[in-house]
Write a protein that binds this ligand. Structure first.
Ligand SMILES: NC(=O)c1ccc[n+]([C@@H]2O[C@H](COP(=O)([O-])OP(=O)(O)OC[C@H]3O[C@@H](n4cnc5c(N)ncnc54)[C@H](O)[C@@H]3O)[C@@H](O)[C@H]2O)c1
Length: 453
């Protein structure tokens, strides 16, 4: 099948490459010419495990090409996937200008009938609206299909190739069938391919992301209650999550969710609700709880230094919004870094993949380290903000030797509190009692002095 991808970012690049890998001929278009040049040279523009090798192999095999020429791209594909960004507008609604521009560019250049598939996450009714925009611009038939994408950054290639389900929303059965055929190589007999209404397909992507975000906000709320009630959230969670109706997935307390999807999708769905006349109380609470969670962490850091971190210096491990991606969009680490800088502190950051994106935003307002331990020397504390594997079992002796005082703020609950106590760290995590080694030792020494008179 000849396929065109419009918008070659995280979703478009993975979709195009995986479709090429199973024999399709795929032309990927992007308006960012630097991106296209880099991809043509076999250089992946994002960090995504396994992707670069597939791009190189399929480009060499002549099945995967990159262009910024709309004429070439529209001419190439029978099926065109729109994968451009749908960022939030200031009122939380989805900015659909990229989708509109892409669909107009397609309609104006069509010389035959096409199936246009919207893979970007869009509010319910977008398919209807885009169809209305395209129809007057072309005399050829356009079939507009919704096919939301559920991949996770960091595991995008495997998620695309082994989906839990494929959702196809179409008005025309033939167009739906054409798209279904494309997914057959990725869907063994037990993987459902749902053929549903276009509006239901659009809606289910927002609902799925909002539900997952809700689980994160829920467990963060439980963490805050547990802290005040002197309960260890890990123990509580085991008791809760072993219920088969609940399970343990997406119940990780931390610094809040981030990335280019959950924050914007929760708000965009709330905006849809407002538009259709429903008060989205849960969605609003999910968002507010998440915003609060980042501030709770900043306050915790300030609390250790009696409210004043002016002139203090902090090492930050992890800035990407989660492990195994270089994506720092809406990463909680950015809000926390901003909070530290605003309070007059200095920050040196290390991340295995996210530093060049971070530098583009912060330039010389931060210092950057090229390895984890290089960030630590003479800092007042270490903040761990992303759950990269390389942070899970660090050399605690090196950390202790490098920091001014052995203080760790763990925003991902990566470490064991008893271990931290045995190793005499002051250790803050989320939803678990803090460990105050120095203070405990001082208190014990004072008690002993009292007893001895
Ligand atoms: N990133 C994810 O994990 C993920 C997962 C599922 C769904 N989604 C959704 O998929 C969509 C794309 O997300 P992304 O993360 O891949 O975005 P992205 O920002 O990484 O990529 C979008 C690309 O589209 C290009 N572009 C913008 N306007 C264009 C136009 N008019 N014509 C051609 N190219 C254009 C941009 O240059 C960019 O390269 C969003 O709606 C997002 O919500 C993202």
């Amino acid at each position: 099948m000849k396929i065109t991808i419009i918008g070659t970012g995280y979703v478009g690049l993975v979709t195009g490459t995986c479709l090429a890998e199973c024999g399709n001929h795929v032309c990927c278009l992007d308006i960012d010419e630097a991106k296209v040049r880099s991809l043509r040279a076999g250089k992946c523009t994002i960090y995504e495990p396994g992707l670069e090798e597939l791009i190189v192999q399929n480009s060499k095999a002549g099945r995967l090409t990159f262009t910024s020429d709309f004429n070439e791209a529209v001419d190439h594909g029978k099926i065109l996937f729109i994968c451009v960004g749908t960022p939030p507008k200031p009122d939380g609604s989805a900015d659909l200008s990229g989708i509109e521009a892409a669909s107009k560019s397609i309609a104006e250049r069509m010389t035959e009938g096409k199936v246009v598939v919207i893979k970007s996450t869009v509010p319910v009714g977008t398919g209807d609206r885009i169809e209305k925009i395209m129809r007057p611009l072309t005399r050829h038939p356009v079939d507009l299909v919704s096919n939301p994408e559920f991949l996770k950054e960091g595991a995008a290639v495997s998620d695309f190739r082994e989906p839990d389900r494929v959702v196809i929303g179409a008005v025309n059965d033939e167009a739906a069938e054409l798209v279904r055929q494309l997914y057959l190589p990725f869907t063994p007999s037990n993987t459902p391919i749902l053929l549903i209404s276009r509006r239901a397909a659009e809606m289910c992507k927002y609902a799925a992301n909002s539900y997952l975000a809700m689980r994160i906000s829920f467990i963060n709320e439980m963490a805050n209650i547990c802290e005040r009630a002197n309960v260890d959230i890990d123990e509580m969670k085991r008791g809760m999550a072993l219920d088969r109706r609940i399970g343990s997935h997406f119940l990780y307390p931390g610094v809040g969710y981030g990335g280019s999807c959950f924050p914007k999708d929760v708000q965009a769905l709330a905006n849809v609700a407002d538009r259709v006349g429903h008060e989205p109380a849960i969605l609003k609470a999910v968002h507010e709880t998440n915003e609060k969670q980042k501030r709770v962490f900043i306050d915790r850091v300030k609390g250790e230094f009696e409210g004043d971190i002016g002139g203090k210096s902090f090492a930050v491990w992890g800035v990407s919004f989660k492990a195994r991606t270089d994506d720092i969009r809406e990463s909680p680490a950015l809000t926390i870094i901003d909070g530290l800088l605003e309070a007059g502190a200095k920050v040196i950051a290390y991340d295995p993949q996210g530093i060049s994106n971070l530098k583009e935003i912060y330039k010389n307002r931060l210092s950057y380290a090229t390895d984890a331990y290089g960030a630590l020397a003479e800092r007042d504390a270490l903040l761990v903000l992303t759950d990269w594997d390389e942070f899970r079992s660090p050399d605690f002796d090196r950390i202790r030797a490098a920091l001014k005082k052995p203080v760790i703020f763990d925003g991902r609950n990566l470490y064991n509190a008893s271990w931290m106590r045995r190793n005499r760290f002051t250790y803050y995590s989320v939803g678990r009692p803090p460990v105050f080694c120095e203070r405990e030792e001082r208190a014990r020494a004072a008690e002993l002095a009292d007893t001895l008179g």
